[in-house]
Design a protein around this ligand. Sequence first.
Ligand code: NAP
Length: 354
Amino acid sequence: MSGSGKVVCVTGASGYIASWLVKFLLQRGYIVRASVRDTADPKKTEHLRALDGAEERLQLFQADLLKEGSFDDVVEGCEGVFHTASPVHFVVHDPQADLIDPAVKGTLNVLASCAKTSSVKRVVITSSMSAVTQNGKPKTLNVVVDETWFSIAEIYKQSKLKRPNGYCLPFFICNVVSLKYVLYEELYKMWYGLSKTLAEEAAWKFSKDNAVDMVSINPSMVIGPLLQPTLNSSVVDILNLINGSSTFPNITFGWVNVQDVAMAHILAYEVPSATGRYCVVERVLHYSELVKIIHELYPAFQFPEKCADGNPFVPVYQVSKDKMKTLGIVNLIPLETSIKETIESCRKNGLVNF
Ligand code: NAP
C-alpha cells in the first residue's frame, strides 16, 4: 500500500470531498489526522469513524480555520497535508465573515502551521475552477481553459451585484432581502468564486515566500455519492433541478465526480513530479444539457422546461485534461454516472424523497 505507515492530515475532514479523501487515504494504508470543527458532533464524525481502517489509523482533531495556530498540533509530524476546509456557501449574508475570511485567513493559517514543521513535505490545497475561469477572456466552444488561466478578483468584485439583465442592486438590498432570490443565476456564486480566487492567490504567495511545496487541485462543480449524512452545496444544485422548479438557470459549468477529485488530491501528493495547479473537470455543459441528461436517466421526474431568462444560452467551453493526465488520471467518471450516483446516494440516505 502506497501510504503504509505515512502520516498525513486532512483539514475539514467531515466535508463532502474530504470524506472521500479520508476514505481513499485509509484504503492506501495512511495514518490520517483529520481536523473537524467539532469532534463531539456525530454528524461530522460518525461516517469517518465507520470507514475501513479508521479504528486503527484515523485520528480526529479539533481545529478552526479562523483561529491562528489552530492547526499546529494537527500538522506537526505529518508528511503530507491536504487542505480542503473552506466554506462552500452560494448564498451568504456577510461575504467577508462567511466566506472570504475563513477561505483566505484559514488557508494562510494552515500553511503557516505547515511552514513551522520540517516534517511536512508537500501541501495539497483544494482550490476551484472558480479561481481559474474568470479572467475576462471570452469562453466559447473552441476555447480551451487550462492551468495558465487565473481568475481576476476584481472581475468578481465588479460583477457581484450585477443581475443578468444588466442593472446593479444596491449593496444594502442584497443584505436584507431574500438573498436566494436576488443573487440567483450564476452571479450568486460570485462571492464564493471571489473567496477561492483570493485564497489561492494568497496560498501561492505564501508558499513561494516560505518555500512550502504546494500543489493545488482545481475542480469544477463536484457531484457523486455522499459519505457524509448531510447535503452539500454542489449536490444541492443537481437536486434543485428535480424539485419541481419550473426553470433552469442560464449557466454553463464544469462537473466532475467526487471520487475523481479525491484521487487527484492523493496523486498530487504521491507523484513526486506533481507541481502547480491541476484542473479536474469531466465535462462543461449548459444547464439545459444537464436537464436533458437527468431526463434520460429519470424520465418519470418532473423537469424545468424553460430557461430562467430569455437570453441566448451561455456558451460551453472546454477545459484541458492534459496536465491532469500527467498525474495518472486518464479517464474520469462520466457525468451521466456521476448524476445517477448523486441522486441514488441522496435517495439511499433519505436526503430526498422521490
Ligand atoms: P463541504 O462538504 O461543505 O466541506 C467544507 C468543509 O470546510 C467542512 O468540513 C467544514 O467544516 C469546513 N469548514 C468551513 N468553515 C470552517 C472553519 N471556519 N473552520 C474549520 N473548518 C471549516 O464542501 P466540499 O464541497 O467538500 O468542499 C471542500 C473543498 O473543495 C472546499 O475548499 C471547496 O471550496 C472546494 N471545492 C468544492 C467544490 C464543490 O463543487 N463541492 C468544487 C470546487 C472546489 P464543518 O463541517 O464544521 O462546517
